[in-house]
Write a protein that binds this ligand. Structure first.
Ligand SMILES: Nc1ncnc2c1ncn2[C@@H]1O[C@H](COP(=O)(O)OP(=O)(O)OP(=O)(O)O)[C@@H](O)[C@H]1O
Ligand SMILES: [Mg+2]
Length: 326
């Protein structure tokens, strides 16, 4: 499916690739294009080093969906990787489980399970839980027709894509443990912050969160719902990294049919020796990209020229979208 059709038909389109290649620019201009073609669009940045606000030319308060000025039907959100931690109080503070001194737990054979759970608190759990909230949000009631993701450079994004699996594993284990330990496991009573919530309420919340995450996992893998657009530049290292990223997407079962080759020196421009030399280097790599990813793997290879100026704010993003989406 071509990018244009994806932006008109799918519920989610993700932009990803190596650092600095133009992911945010492609995501912002695609979101503007979709919004102007009648789709109520939300663009979400999952990159902790956000630049979505800079690209759109407006401040985006962390974690708050904000209407994009001057574009009807477009809302932008930079997720706050730490803000939601308090909601999950109890999860992060479970390491000193052995010290709880709950009588009878040893005999019940619970230690090994609790210890296993403690070891599942890897660094970055707060970020994982923030993603969980985003996944929960996209799976619950909202009015958006399309969600465009501006992702972080490859490695981080691959971790993000593996999160539904990881999170649902964690939550599944918490649920199992809670059911097993019942009232003994006092520290889990306040998994969600509000004290007035009863045990049953918080269990229900966890179960709901788990269902949302499982649905998100299925949606990310469904080509009629989501597709991943790989953005790259025509250079050797980018070709190698794109190959690895495509393999990972296949592993995660995430659809990809479009590859954007960005920042190509325009063909008919008058170029100095320096730029001509770079242009011929780019053309050599472009030919390989077209052969490997285009002909052999059957991807649409979208070529976008290097502009004279940087691409920021509405008029430039709109100009960019004319080259990206045709
Ligand atoms: N085709 C282009 N012509 C001119 N400038 C471009 C083009 N594409 C992107 N840029 C500029 O390159 C810079 C990097 O682009 P962008 O922020 O979209 O990359 P990114 O892949 O999102 O980077 P990061 O990995 O840091 O998130 C920006 O200043 C952007 O305006
Ligand atoms: Mg970016």
């Amino acid at each position: 499916m071509e990018l244009k059709e994806q932006l008109l038909k799918l519920k989610m389109v993700m932009f990803g690739g190596k650092g600095g290649v133009g992911k945010t620019t492609c995501a912002s201009s695609s979101a503007i294009w979709a919004a102007e073609h009648g789709r109520n669009t939300l663009i979400i940045s999952t990159d902790p080093a956000h630049s979505l606000g800079d690209s759109l030319g407006q401040t985006l308060p962390p974690g708050i969906p904000t209407p994009v000025e001057g574009v009807e039907n477009l809302t932008a959100l930079e997720i706050n990787p730490r803000a939601n931690m308090t909601e999950f109080q109890g999860l992060s503070g479970m390491s000193p489980i052995e010290d709880m001194g709950i009588p009878g737990m040893g005999e019940m054979g619970m230690f090994s399970e609790l210890q296993e759970f403690s070891s599942m608190n890897p660094p970055g759990i707060d970020e994982a839980l923030a993603f969980a909230k985003v996944l929960e949000f996209i799976e619950t009631d909202h009015d958006y027709d399309l969600i465009v993701f501006d992702t972080a450079p490859t490695g981080h994004t691959l971790r993000f894509l593996s999160l539904p699996e990881t999170l649902s594993g964690w939550i599944g284990k918490i649920l199992k443990l809670r059911l097993k330990l019942g009232k003994f496991f006092g520290s889990l009573k306040r998994l969600f912050k509000s004290e007035e919530k009863s045990e049953t309420d918080s269990l229900e919340l966890l179960e709901k969160l788990n269902t949302s995450i499982e649905n998100a996992r299925d949606d990310l893998k469904d080509p009629s719902i989501n597709s991943f657009v790989v953005v790259m530049i025509p250079e050797e290292m980018a070709v190698a990294e794109t190959g690895r990223l495509l393999n990972e997407l296949i592993k995660y079962n995430i659809n990809n049919s479009n590859i954007v080759v960005n920042q190509l020196f325009p063909e008919n421009a008058e170029l100095c020796d320096f730029c001509e030399s770079r242009q011929s280097m780019q053309q050599k790599h472009l030919a390989r990209i077209r052969e490997i990813f285009g002909e052999k793997m059957g991807k649409n290879v979208i070529q976008v020229p290097l502009f004279k100026e940087e691409i920021r704010e509405y008029p430039k993003l709109k100009e960019f979208s004319k080259k990206l989406i045709s």
